[in-house]
Design a binder for this molecule. Structure first.
Ligand SMILES: [Zn+2]
Length: 269
């Protein structure tokens, strides 16, 4: 009975964090990089971002409470705004479907509620990277401290471990290599990408960063090819690498937790 309640709690908080971070990501884009950029002062912007009731991005009419229920609201509303019929992008609901699955997986493996919560918050900040890079090709520097703080805190609470010299080594080497690449890439590989790829690799540590690398580059090539604009040369198209990095990081982190909790070896015994 207690166990069932814990799993219910895991599902509830992971879907809530998914909606919170998805909304936050879209609002950051709108108020800091979009058409509302110049309208408001900083304090007011944050006030709007954090307290404005959920509303349609197109007609700005508030969304009725019943449609705000995670996952179900999206399907109940017929996947469109109930007032102006603008379609709601699938990206709005994708984290609400994936986060509870990730959270249940994390909790099943670690049996640590606080750890699960902190890693889900970390995934929330990765979702912001995903959205801002997808919409505007921007990686927010203000987000980087959060991307470090939550996983480091989670690992410390869970196992008492802090990032070691190996992580620092991975960071320094990759930062130098990708910094040089960014100089010669003519804007294709931005400075935000340099920071992100080195920091996320360092967080994963050896050998998981290699998996993260392969997943990032293979997925970016694969999806860029599938969704390419036919009229433009494939090589000249801009790739939002932050999208692939944040997605790959979530998967790599789950793989790391799975393997480092000895589950991998049980299968082969
Ligand atoms: Zn609307």
């Amino acid at each position: 009975m207690i166990e069932a309640l814990e799993y219910l709690l895991v599902i509830l908080f992971s879907t809530s964090f998914a909606s919170f971070y998805t909304t936050l990501g879209y609002r950051l884009v709108l108020y800091f990089y979009g058409k509302k950029r110049k309208n408001l002062k900083l304090v007011k912007k944050w006030n709007y971002i954090l307290t404005k009731p959920s509303h349609c991005q197109s007609c700005e009419v508030d969304i009725q409470p019943v449609y705000l229920i995670p996952i179900f609201g999206y399907f109940l509303s017929g996947r469109k705004c109930n007032h102006c019929s603008t379609k709601i992008p699938i990206f709005y609901v994708l984290p609400e479907i994936l986060f509870p699955i990730f959270a249940l997986f994390l909790y099943k493996i670690t049996n640590d509620l606080l750890y699960t919560l902190l890693i889900i918050i970390f995934f929330g900040h990765l979702t912001i990277v995903f959205i801002t890079d997808y919409k505007k090709y921007i990686i927010d520097y203000e987000n980087i401290p959060f991307l470090l703080f939550f996983p480091i805190l989670a690992e410390y609470i869970h196992s008492g471990k802090l990032p070691d010299s190996e992580s620092v080594f991975i960071f320094v080497i990759l930062f130098i290599v990708f910094f040089l690449i960014s100089i010669f890439s003519n804007g294709g590989f931005g400075f935000g990408d340099v920071w992100l790829i080195s920091l996320l690799s360092a967080l994963l540590g050896h050998p998981y960063w290699i998996f993260f690398f392969n997943l990032t580059f293979l997925s970016s090539l694969f999806f860029s090819f599938i969704f390419r604009t036919k009229s433009k040369s494939f090589l000249k198209q801009k790739i939002p690498l932050g999208v692939y990095m944040s997605g790959s990081m979530m998967i790599s982190y789950l793989v790391k937790i799975y393997i480092s909790n000895d589950n991998f070896f049980i299968i082969y015994e």
